[in-house]
Ligand binder design. Structure first.
Ligand code: RB5
Length: 148
C-alpha cells in the first residue's frame, strides 16, 4: 500500500506521528507538506493528496488540519474521493468496512497524537466489506458521473 500524507500548520505534530507509525508498519508514503513556517491554506494540501488518490498514484490519503473539517471538505470535492473525518476508533473501522473511505482526515486541535495513531492504524488495516455497501457507493459514483 502507498499513502500520500499532508497537513496544514494546524496538523504538523500528528502528521509526524502518523509518518512514524507508517515507518513502523512498513507502509510506503509520500509527504506533500506543509513546510509550515507560517500559516498556510488547507486546500493547497488537501487537493493534491486527493488528486493522487483519485488518479490511482497512491492507494490512500491522510490529511490533518486543526479540526480536520477543512481538509475533508476540500478532499471530497475531488471526484472518486471518499474522505472520512474521524476522531474515534469505532468510526475509523466503520468507514473502511462500510464506506471504503480512501482518505482519512483528522484534527490536531480535537484529538491527541495517541488516539490519532490508533485511528490511523485501524483505518490503514481494515478491509472494505463490500456486499450491501457496494450498491450505496455505486449511487455516489453514479451521481458523480451524471451531475455537476
Ligand atoms: C487553520 O487555522 C484552521 O482553520 C485549519 O487548520 C482547519 O481547522 C480548517 O478546517
Amino acid at each position: 500500500m502507498k499513502v500520500a500524507i499532508a497537513s496544514d500548520h494546524g496538523g504538523v505534530n500528528i502528521r509526524k506521528e502518523i509518518k512514524k507509525l507508517m515507518d513502523e508498519m512498513g507502509i510506503e508514503y509520500i509527504d506533500l507538506g506543509c513546510e509550515c513556517g507560517t500559516s498556510v491554506d488547507y486546500p493547497d494540501y488537501a487537493i493534491p493528496v486527493a488528486e493522487k488518490v483519485a488518479r490511482g498514484e497512491v492507494d490512500r490519503g491522510i490529511l490533518i488540519c486543526g479540526t480536520g473539517i477543512g481538509m475533508s471538505i476540500a478532499a471530497n470535492k475531488v471526484k472518486g474521493v471518499r474522505c472520512a473525518l474521524v476522531h474515534d476508533v469505532f468510526s475509523a473501522r466503520a468507514t473502511r468496512e462500510h464506506n471504503d473511505s480512501n482518505v482519512l482526515a483528522m484534527g490536531e486541535r480535537v484529538i491527541g497524537p495517541g488516539l490519532a495513531r490508533e485511528i490511523a492504524k485501524v483505518w490503514l488495516t481494515t478491509k472494505y466489506e463490500g456486499g450491501r455497501h457496494e450498491n450505496r457507493l455505486n449511487k455516489i459514483k453514479k451521481y458523480e458521473e451524471e451531475n455537476l
